[in-house]
Design a protein around this ligand. Sequence first.
Ligand code: NAP
Length: 508
Amino acid sequence: MNNGKICISVCAETSEKLIEQIKCAAPTADVIELRFDCLEKIECEKLSNELKQVRRSFKGKFLATLRPSEQGGKKNLTLAERKEFWFNSGVSEFVNWADFESEIPIENTSRHSAKVFEKVIKSFHDFKQVPANLDEIYERAATNSETLKIALQTDDITDTIAVWKLLERAKSEHKQIIPIAMGEAGKWTRILGLAHGAPMTYAALDAGSETAPGQISAKDLIETYLVKKLSPQTDVYGIIGYPVAHSLSPFMHNAAFKSQNIDAVYIPFEVKNLDEFIRRFVKSETREIELNFKGFSVTIPHKTAIIKHLDFIDETAKKIGAVNTIKIENDKLYGYNTDAEGFIEPLKNCYGDLSDAKIAVFGAGGAARACVYALEKENAHVTIFARDVEKARKLTDDFKVQSSKFKARNESYKNFDIVVNTTPLGTIGEFADKTPASADQLENINLVYDLIYNPFETLLIKEAKKASVPTIGGTAMLVAQAMAQFKIWTKNDAPMKQMSAAVLKKLS
Ligand code: NAP
């Protein structure tokens, strides 16, 4: 358990809506940040009366913020208006803490004094970049008495290192800082900050009500990432890829760690430049910060590019030519591929013996390679169907399988026992209303296996059901490959029930 606090930021146009949000935040938050700049009209007396009621159940702190538009706030405000709010509006009567940008005087005489607040957070924001003179900004702002908040927009994960280093520096100087790397690439700083000494992390009330880029919901911070229980000794795992925001792996793996009481956390790491990430975050000889990494899932587009960074690659991964799992032990990187196992286990459980089964695999990309490798090991007869047979050539040559163009809509796949879809047709988004085969084409097939897991039921699965063909959806493989990763990392059998439940909850 660390000493960090969760601050839920609330932002609404009217006092009524703000009060509603405050009531929703109160059961989970340690601190509730009232974003006064979101209000069309600031009504301190009304809020003061309402908050008295909330106070009966909420024992945490109220933090007031009035962010001007030039610093990412919602209102155009003059300095005079801001000072008027802070020192003459009566806000200090009902909030405990205040967030002051550098222009607001903290130490002052007379009634223009911030001493009326229990605590002042001095904040600095840059919504465009990590400024080159960051150390100078820190030196100017950091004091021994106030907490400093520095929130900077990051575009690439390597930008986040400079932000994180502020936390290390402040710790060594016995100062308090909340460093925030905003944006998808900086999400990890919001998750690991408390473990490494940040006094507070900001959270959204729920998904969709974020008040800053990359903010995570309080529920996920508390229930999925267990941020208040993390420490510098916590084992850190994560998914590296681009993009990773959609990934369900954090929910599966964190549920698994939680159910087995393992002091570990699994985090999304949005990595554009893999070589730089490995150099600056991972390799012991060159890394610039210490996060206690123990392993990664690797996803698109890095599954093949990661191979050159490994100290060891297992036979399966080598044959498939892709790595989806890294274990880090004694600073060495071990690479594995659990996609093949994750694919074949549910298939064998459902179909039984696959030897001599005739299998049509749609698509010839990375996932198809893992499927074909696993099917060949089971002595199945595979035919690849691709829109571009030439592009599929490497796969068909490597595994000595047949290939063909997709059949026309009036032609059937009835000569096959099993159809496997590894194309993105049917995935949520632009492909959602697409299917690689219709019900008519699937008649008399024994099984349809669609690797797509979002949506839970794709159009292909619906078409198969229409033709009364049994189906396996993509969540089966998703969970099975993650279970195999969990075993590699922890040597424990993975808790299938908890991992499946975590995925289904997110997809429902
Ligand atoms: P990939 O390497 O990009 O391969 C995609 C394949 O689909 C390529 O052969 C591509 O052909 C083909 N394709 C793309 N768009 C198509 C279209 N409109 N019509 C016909 N074919 C098309 O991707 P991947 O890594 O293999 O992943 C493929 C799918 O499997 C993704 O949806 C992914 O989410 C899913 N998957 C699921 C799991 C799981 O655990 N359930 C695991 C891995 C992957 P071209 O080469 O001609 O573009």
